[in-house]
Design a protein around this ligand. Sequence first.
Ligand code: PHE
Length: 341
Amino acid sequence: MSSTSHIDQLLAEAGSALKSAATVSEVGEINIRYLGRKGKLPEILKSLKELPADQRKSVGAAANKAKGKLGALVAERLGQLDESPVSNLDYTLPGQSNRIGRPHVLSATMAEMTAVFTRMGFATATGPEVETDQYNFGSLNFPEDHPARDMQDTFYLRQCDGLPAGLLLRTHTSNVQIREFEKRTPPLKIIAPGKVFRHEAVSTRAYCVFHQIEGFQVGENVTLGDLKGVLLAFCREFFSTDVKLRFRPSFFPFTEPSAEVDMSCLLCDGAGCLLCKYDGWLEILGCGMIDPNVMQAVGYDPEKLSGYAFGMGVERVTMLKRRITDIRLFYENDLRFLRQF
Ligand code: PHE
């Protein structure tokens, strides 16, 4: 049976529970236990009619008063816990988003380039970055005394710990040509993206490590026209604009004839501007028809088969496409640079 002393007791009990409540949700539970729809004080009010008439008034008044008091205590305790809905937290402030990683701009560009070549029917292969002199130079028809073998261009590995002698960091992705030729029978049409290393002075345009995408096709009646067609189709697709290509005669020991390919400047379309150093053209790759000596060395009959090969600089085309002016930015890992892509 309810009485005013019972109500006082409930109030005291609830008060001390509130004092020891340490979280907003604990306060919430106490609130429900004493003041909720089926809470102890509302239950007393609901059962007033069962009381003798002379007690109803005093018990009712005491219960209502206790409800008010306890409500105030609950609000006070919530305020102290500083998590309450009336704290000074500003819910209208913008949130802090989680910063997630992303592929490096070079990886992303290589993937884009690979996708274009894949649509043009090229399979993808990779080869080792630590390579032998034979695959990097010898099988590619480099004479013994070719300057590219010079210590100034090539990083050689010091022989130690049972490592075979004569290992080097590949200076181009053309080693994959030989490795794939040895494994496969033509016709074949392959690209090989990867890292290459050169012991060169670092500048805005040159770095000691960079990336190339090698491409080559061998079969019957593969012609220089096929090479030009593939390169032009690639560039127009990749740069999404009607670029022109210019083939300049050049020399590589493993191709004959050889050419370096310039693309009409993306900014001025050949008129001359800062990007192309007022030349109107930008060099993007080396290429040529695979030398019969290279074919013979891997057992392909140069009388029956022919092929082209090209090696495209990934940094170069990325810089053109994204208007990046210094190759070193790719390797400094400055987040202000990386987050732009
Ligand atoms: N490997 C050459 C270079 O790195 C480019 C190239 C590839 C030239 C294939 C011809 C054919 O300079």
